[in-house]
Design a protein around this ligand. Structure first.
Ligand code: FES
Ligand code: FE
Length: 326
């Protein structure tokens, strides 16, 4: 698998208006632009004429106009006008490097190819009308994307990093849970954690039942409910990570919640609090690249409580993922 050919989140959809914007993905500079019909497009942020940043340009109808000499490019990257030569018909070789763009979950997703091999990662709860959707982040983190996904899967840090909210030292044990490998990754079920305050609105501690699903290298979806609550009260949280560089990531959290009462700001505050607890630990981990290969400079120790993390590492290895790992 070439992870560059998969879709990754790069920007909030509502952050792209009439002007093009710059974005970054896997050490590539991108321009994002929205045509007159509202469709979103992505390309390398470099004009093929003299190398100016296309993100400095502007949108003209269904084309992106370079700020330097006004060359215009369509959604496929084809140059369609050279203003200094009005009669000139640009040949097929006059092309900017166009990528594939999609909009999902309030985010713009880009694959660094004109012919993507897959779609954006699945997040079934997004389509559940009972659940309220909210996007949190972005959080800028000085570590590789796989470290963030592994942390999201890790239940044994709750009692220490999130003590008083998602965990409690007196209930630090992690029960055995089930891992089932799928075509795209794995699902972990039967994951239980005692949580003093599992959500913004929770007033009592409760045993929370989690499932985790990994279906792409840099995203993960969890669903959770109090063990005593019916399955209809299951909420979902997705982490979508943009691998900016091997050791630098941008993170969004997509919530699909039952809660209709709390304000957006208070829900975001709660999520920000949780993330700020994780961040210093994440940025302290060395190496920042997840060590999964036989040549990794270090070996890390594993316990039986790290089953999900072990499954994740196995999936990355089997898929031949190289970005963000060592
Ligand atoms: Fe873009 Fe000349 S550099 S039109
Ligand atoms: Fe955490």
């Amino acid at each position: 698998m070439n992870e560059a050919l998969l879709f990754h989140p790069v920007a909030r959809d509502d952050g792209l208006g009439e002007l093009p914007i710059a974005a970054h993905l896997m050490a590539h500079d991108l321009v994002l632009w929205r045509d007159a019909s509202g469709a979103v497009h992505a390309a390398a942020d470099r004009c093929p004429h003299r190398g100016a940043a296309l993100s400095l340009g502007r949108v003209r109808g269904d084309t992106l106009e370079c700020a330097y000499h006004g060359w215009r490019f369509d959604a496929r990257g084809q140059c369609v006008a050279v203003p200094a030569l009005p009669a000139f018909v640009p040949p097929a070789s006059h092309k900017a490097c166009a990528y594939s763009a999609r909009v999902a979950y309030g985010l713009i997703w880009v694959a660094l190819t004109a012919q993507p091999e897959s779609t954006v990662p699945a997040f079934a709860a997004e389509h559940d009308a009972r659940l309220r959707k909210l996007l949190c982040g972005p959080y800028e983190v000085a570590t590789g994307a796989p470290r963030l996904i592994e942390n999201f899967l890790d239940m044994s840090h709750f009692a220490f990093v999130h003590e008083g909210l998602l965990g409690d030292r007196a209930h630090a044990s992690v029960e055995p849970h089930t891992i089932e490998f799928t075509a795209d990754g794995f699902i972990a079920t039967g994951c239980k954690a005692w949580q003093p305050q599992s959500t913004l609105q929770a007033t009592d501690g409760a045993m929370i039942d989690y499932t985790y699903e990994v279906g792409s290298p840099y995203s993960c979806v969890l669903t959770k409910r109090a063990e005593t609550a019916p399955d209809t009260e299951r909420e979902a949280i997705a982490i979508f990570v943009c691998p900016l560089a091997p050791e630098r990531s941008r993170v969004w959290i997509r919530l699909a919640l039952i809660d209709r009462e709390a304000s957006d700001a208070s829900l975001r505050d709660f999520q920000d609090t949780i993330f700020r607890q994780d961040q210093p630990v994440l940025e302290s981990q060395r190496p920042r690249l997840l060590p999964i290969t036989a040549d990794a400079p270090v070996t890390e120790l594993h316990s039986a409580a790290d089953r999900s993390s072990a499954a994740y590492r196995r999936c990355l290895r089997e898929r031949g993922i190289t970005f963000g790992v060592c």
